[in-house]
Design a protein around this ligand. Structure first.
Ligand code: PMP
Length: 363
């Protein structure tokens, strides 16, 4: 615990903030460290943002982002009242933690997952009970369901999980939903469009399901900050109450217009997500040829380790060759690298750099 300067509220000294991946100021790095999409957003997004910039920036945006929520709802066969939007899915997640998980029992969180979940727990005084992944770094669904049935504040998981990239089936998600029908099960689908099975279709049957998605990854809009949550109306009403107690206008006019255009350009979305998945499959084979063990990924990144190389040293050697990947000094995964899938040229640069590093290590 750090010592608190005297002006701070006592809790501030106790927070353990999230540390995002490096956003380098140096140009020309091969940036494979924060799971952004390597392709730019749809040209229709840029046009919509330009239009929005030309009219009305002196006025506040729609506080309820109705047009954007209608576009999301239409795409997923939901009603607009079943969709909540926020400033990146990080903000949506934060509001969901506040709205649902401040209970007397602990929140169940996989031990290896998106580390922001534990940061929100710290911010809102939520006790997190870590649930170990199995030996293959998979979510141990049966054990988790048994634990959930004994009573908890709820359950949060990323599907596919981060940073492993491993997905769950809808049967497994339903098993978890049935294990704690009185608590919210939050399924964070940040990476779902790269090959996973979305739980959005389960919303009608499960009042305790909240699905969170983002436009940062499959819609190439990490810089615009738009995320959303879908669930039955009582869950969305709770999120609205929290949001309207925090910030009436979390999405500006440009973000609402750009996000809506991205949702509506289904052809561009299909084309770019297919390109990323195609590059991923090629990269898996190339990394395996170099001796890496690669976890099966349904995301836009790979989680890989080399049996003969230290992961931190590899990450540093890559950085020296202008390639950024993510390394976590976390127990159990400290020998893995998380590598975002880039364009074919970026993947080639990575493979070339690794070939040099491994060749040098052998000599
Ligand atoms: N969930 C997961 C699992 C993530 O990896 C990320 C990206 N860091 C997010 C949510 C947040 O994404 P954003 O705030 O850009 O929507």
């Amino acid at each position: 615990m750090s010592s608190s300067p005297s002006f701070w509220s006592p809790i501030v000294g106790q927070l353990v903030p999230y540390v995002p991946g490096e956003q380098p100021r140096v140009p020309d790095l091969v940036k494979l460290n924060t799971n952004e999409n390597p392709y730019p957003p749809s040209p229709r997004v840029i046009a919509a943002i330009q239009d929005a910039a030309r009219q009305g920036l002196q006025l506040y945006p729609d506080p309820e982002s109705v047009a954007l929520r209608e576009a999301i709802a239409a795409q997923h066969g939901l009603d607009v009242g079943q969709v909540f939007v926020g400033n990146g899915s990080d903000e949506v997640l934060a509001h969901a933690f506040f709205a649902f998980f401040q209970q007397r029992q602990p929140l169940l969180v996989p031990d290896i997952t998106y580390s922001f979940y534990q940061v929100y727990c710290g911010l809102y005084g939520i006790a997190a009970e870590l649930q170990p992944l199995d030996e293959q770094l998979r979510i141990a669904v049966a054990a988790l369901a048994r634990r959930a049935a004994q009573g908890c504040a709820g359950l949060v998981l990323a599907n596919p999980n981060a940073p492993t990239g491993i997905g769950l089936t809808l049967d497994q998600i339903e098993q978890l939903l049935r294990a704690c029908p009185d608590r919210v099960v939050l399924v964070d689908e940040a990476y779902i469009d790269f090959g996973g099975e979305s739980a959005l279709g389960l919303i009608a049957r499960h009042p305790n399901l909240l699905v969170v998605q983002t436009l940062s990854k499959s819609r190439s809009l990490a810089g615009l900050r738009v995320g959303f949550a879908c669930g039955q109306r009582p869950l969305i009403d709770a999120l609205e109450r929290v949001k309207n107690s925090f910030n009436s206008y979390p999405l500006d006019r440009l973000a609402q217009a750009g996000a809506r255009a991205a949702i509506e350009d289904q052809a561009y979305f299909e084309q770019t997500r297919q390109a990323v998945m195609h590059s991923r499959e090629g990269l898996v084979l190339q990394l395996e040829d170099l001796g890496f063990e690669v976890l099966p990924s349904q995301a836009n990144f790979l989680f890989a380790r080399h049996p003969a190389q230290d992961a931190a040293a590899l990450a540093a050697a890559l950085r020296a060759r202008a390639v950024l990947v993510r390394h976590f000094k976390t127990p159990r995964i400290a020998q893995y690298l998380r590598i975002s899938v880039g364009t074919p040229a970026q993947c080639d640069a990575l493979v070339q750099a690794l070939t040099d590093i491994l060749g040098a290590a052998r000599r």
